[in-house]
Design a protein around this ligand. Structure first.
Ligand code: UTP
Length: 292
């Protein structure tokens, strides 16, 4: 079945980037001139996804405003022919996809947030993009790379990259065997492993394509005794243990917009390639680097 639906969980507290995320959702923090979540919606649209459910919570209404028309602003820009490109940049965001919203009423973890999407998804396979993981690809959008693997093998797919030991211990580790270039069979997933539990340096970085069976698996997942959160990786581990999970080592650069370092890395790298400011910013960075 063709994949046309995606969900973007964006209801986390964003404590790692406080105080920036106190009144502005971390998914709305910018990379040069666009908020992080716009990169995700553009990635979905470029991969053929037409319907996106964004899972929000209290205080995140500004996400809805961003994907709506801004009538007064746009009318004003339209009066000035030299501002037409700006009008298009502001206006077209609202037409990238059909966007729906639902609130996760309590912040009980990523798995719990995904459960809120059950009625939206119905009986169709769907994509999941974590709201603070921006992945920029020079080739096919990363969620499209996962959809290709899903369509070829008919199994759920998670997006992975090799990470450092420290990152793996913060994210998760996967037991894998190679299937074909960049695609692996996954046998097990462990969330936040101790050093001696590490199965490989592949960790899941913010992209999945799954079937609706996943909701039952999430419901069967007990909250973590340490944090009280329902981890989504447990449901992925159930899928892996039943032979129904592949990993795609995707082609793309991922930025963790939920961390201060990730935000800065994203801004520097995107700015260096930006058609308007790239050259000047490059000169500036070179000068700064001389003094390091
Ligand atoms: P994170 O673990 O990075 O989110 O979740 P967080 O809780 O905001 O992070 P910190 O530790 O407090 O800084 C990854 C994604 O899952 C969403 C987040 O919004 C983020 O996009 N999420 C997380 C939810 O939607 N609901 C939750 O209960 C937790």
């Amino acid at each position: 079945m063709k994949i046309t639906k995606a969900i973007i969980p964006a209801a986390g507290l964003g404590t790692r980037v406080l105080p920036a995320s106190k009144a502005v959702p971390k998914e709305m923090l910018n990379i040069v001139d666009k908020p992080a979540i716009q990169y995700l919606v553009e990635e979905c649209a470029a991969a053929g996804i037409t319907d996106i459910l964004i899972i929000t919570n209290r205080g995140k209404g500004v996400i809805e405003d961003h994907f709506d028309y801004a009538y007064e602003l746009e009318q004003n820009l339209l009066k000035h022919p030299e501002k037409h490109a700006l009008y298009e940049a502001a206006h077209n965001v609202a037409d990238l996809a059909n966007i729906y919203y639902i609130r996760q009423k309590e912040t009980k973890g990523l798995g719990h947030a995904i459960l809120a999407a059950e009625r939206f998804v119905g009986n169709e396979p769907f994509a999941i993009l974590y709201g603070d993981d921006v992945i920029i690809s020079e080739s096919r959008p990363v969620i499209g790379q996962l959809i290709d693997a899903y369509e070829k093998y008919g199994k759920c797919v998670t997006g992975v990259k090799e990470c450092t030991t420290e990152q793996v211990m913060k994210y998760c580790t996967l037991d894998v065997t190679p299937l074909e270039d960049c695609i692996y069979d996954v046998h097990r997933v462990i969330e936040k492993p101790d050093r001696d539990e590490i199965l490989s340096h592949f960790a899941i970085l913010g992209r999945n394509v799954v079937t609706p069976d996943v909701f039952e698996l999430i419901r069967n997942t007990a909250p973590s005794p340490k944090t009280g959160e329902v981890y989504f990786s447990e449901a992925l581990s159930f899928l892996a243990e039943s032979g129904n999970l592949l990993a795609v080592d995707f082609d793309g650069k991922r930025y963790d917009m939920g961390s201060k370092l990730g935000i800065m890395q994203a801004n520097v790298e995107v700015a260096l390639k930006h058609p308007e400011i790239g050259a000047e910013f490059g000169e500036y960075i070179k000068k700064i680097a001389e003094k390091l």
